[in-house]
Write a protein that binds this ligand. Sequence first.
Ligand code: GRF
Length: 219
Amino acid sequence: MSQPGLVILISGRGSNALAIIEAARDGRLPAEIRAVIADGPAAGLELAQQLGIDTVQIARDRFPDRTAFEQALAEAIEAFRPELVALAGFMRVLSREFVTRFAGRMVNIHPSLLPKYRGLDTHARALAAGDREHGASVHWVTPQLDAGPVIARARVAILPGDDPQRLSERVLEQEHRLYPAALALLLSEPVTHGHECNDETDALELDRDLDVDGRRIAG
Ligand code: GRF
């Protein structure tokens, strides 16, 4: 039987997309990466291509409006018949219609411990608030930006002398562990699209001090 299919959407460097591709290759993530799709030129697209993954560019500036762009994007995604769509640094706010079309099939990674710091500049905001910890969350995509139910989080301690750059690098390292593990969790469940955690205590937590592998988390 073929493995469940995954399509990844990116806008830039694509380091999370690469972490997901690697996890699928070494067996930590039982999924077939069917394509990486970008909304314009993206470094990550070339890297994915070098790894033998199908890539598609749906350049936003080639469409007269968001509706036409999203229609083309949706068709490009559906052509690969994915079970799940993973947004990984995809820098466009998607319309309610688009999100509804992929409801229960689309997840995102956000660099904060949601529900804290939706939107941009999360690392600077966590530092400015004097937080002692920060991190990343994988969540279901719903029409409200970064507000869908959290599936998994990874926590990172904020250290004396941190600046947004240093903090973002440590968070990104954890994102690369978190995203494949969260996807593996979703795909390991018989009803893959039903998994969500509205209750904070229910969300998968990746502790940076634990040596966690996908199987242990999913199990
Ligand atoms: C990551 O920090 C992700 O959490 C955010 O955008 C960044 C994308 O980085 N949504 P990359 O393109 O995966 O390297």
